[in-house]
Design a protein around this ligand. Sequence first.
Ligand code: FAD
Length: 505
Amino acid sequence: MTVLQTTTAPAHERTHAADQANTAASADIELGAASASHSKVVQTILSALTDAHDFDSTQIKTDDESLMHWGKDWTKHFAPAPSAIVFPKTTEQVQAIVLLAGEHNVVLTPSGGRTGLSAGAVAANGEIVVSMDKMNRIGQFYPADRMVEIEAGVVTEQLQQFAESKDLYYPVDFASAGSSQMGGNIGTNAGGIKVIRYGMTRQWIMGLTVVTGKGDILQLNRGMVKNATGYDLRQLFIGSEGTLGLVTHAQIKLERQPHDLSVMVLGMDSFSDVMKVLSAFQAQIDLTAFEFFDDTAIDKLMAHGQVQEPFESRTKFYTLLEFEAPYEPIMDKAMAIFEHCMSEGWVVDGVMSQSLAQAAELWKLREYISETISVFTPYKNDVSVLITHVPDFISEIDKIVSDNYPDFEVCWFGHIGDGNLHLNILKPEHMSKDDFFHECQIVNKYVFETVQKYGGSVSAEHGVGMTKKPYLHYSRSNTEIEYLKEIKRVFDPNNIMNRGKIFDM
Ligand SMILES: Cc1cc2nc3c(=O)[nH]c(=O)nc-3n(C[C@H](O)[C@H](O)[C@H](O)COP(=O)(O)OP(=O)(O)OC[C@H]3O[C@@H](n4cnc5c(N)ncnc54)[C@H](O)[C@@H]3O)c2cc1C
């Protein structure tokens, strides 16, 4: 890949820079909690990386602080216990790691920005973490194709900013975009707040360079729009959570920038009215977002004090919708639909942005929810059902939780325009984290039985990792899971790639 531009270090890279003092070269490495024989094997691999593959002292870490830092993602339930962290700078160095790991039967955990919510990047069993932090360059830009080549460690926001500098747009966006990496986004097929218009990460990946679990380097699709030459292996790697191999480079499609985005926040008292409002707007306007949150989310946001209450009085449900309004007639149409929804009694109150600054202010209502509720140690479930089933699904889950766990407070939010709901159960103050986790796992059974009843998915966009692994069978048949395992055996016959994630072999 030709490197045309090296962007300035993203925020998370600057944080890592402070840890440079903790780096260790292959000599005198103190390995963590692993057994002596495992430590010896890992030591052999690390020595080979420095001796034969040009790894310098900044590319291997084994100190406790680093093992804790890079051994975990955003989830808190699994204690990190990796053996070492390695930071390749090229695809060939990634290949060297994979070949050595295969030879010595050591498991690798691919690691991006570690914002994952399913413990996909958690190394809890003596794995070597392969961090893509040092592969964060933006490469060749193809204006005629509206496409750019990137390394897997490029941070999502870094790509968004690059697109903007070319007067283009990378539309996959979510609250963790400032830290998550494109390799991680590809690993989870990340979604976010613009899926209703622009689709998931998958829609934007035109090509991938991967190192398979066998150690082969494959260039998949090479950026082409049309390529009717049989199986599209690129699609298998998207959403595979690092279980088939490591993504090192990607070719990413960019889009024209949206113009004059307007935001409305509407308040409703019944969930079925939320769905009527969605239909009313979608019938006439191309929405770029249709997000939803409940009054519990508003309660917590207001207590936190970072955002303003949208209306004078509370409603039970809120939606945030966004659309391009470069021309007066679109704005008039949006106002007419809003008035229709009010006259039907579906909407109780509403507010519309008059400037981009106001639009950004309204977006905070949705974007700050995750951070605000994080102090309540939320047990998160990211599920999806057909939009048609969303109202019945929500009321069934609410009933299950309130009947069985009257102490538990539930906070709903999500990308309702895609049928994607984030169910957050907040920990009661008096309960220990362990007890709460245990109780939530019991609730899970009911939640996933309900997901199954509606033919939905136990993970809409956060992946399976370790947290959803026990529940995969609620969304995938046993026969289908056997096919998934067969595919893994083809790419990763030694089962060294992210072993124990998605399913056990
Ligand atoms: C506040 C907050 C809000 C969020 N909102 C959303 C949202 O709206 N939508 C959404 O989809 N997600 C959301 N997430 C989840 C998370 O940001 C995404 O899953 C994201 O794609 C993870 O990227 P990452 O770089 O942090 O990956 P990591 O957490 O580092 O890894 C994720 C998975 O990808 C694998 N992986 C990482 N790099 C590679 C690579 N180079 N090659 C192969 N496999 C690799 C890992 O092994 C792991 O299985 C949110 C998270 C937070 C904390």
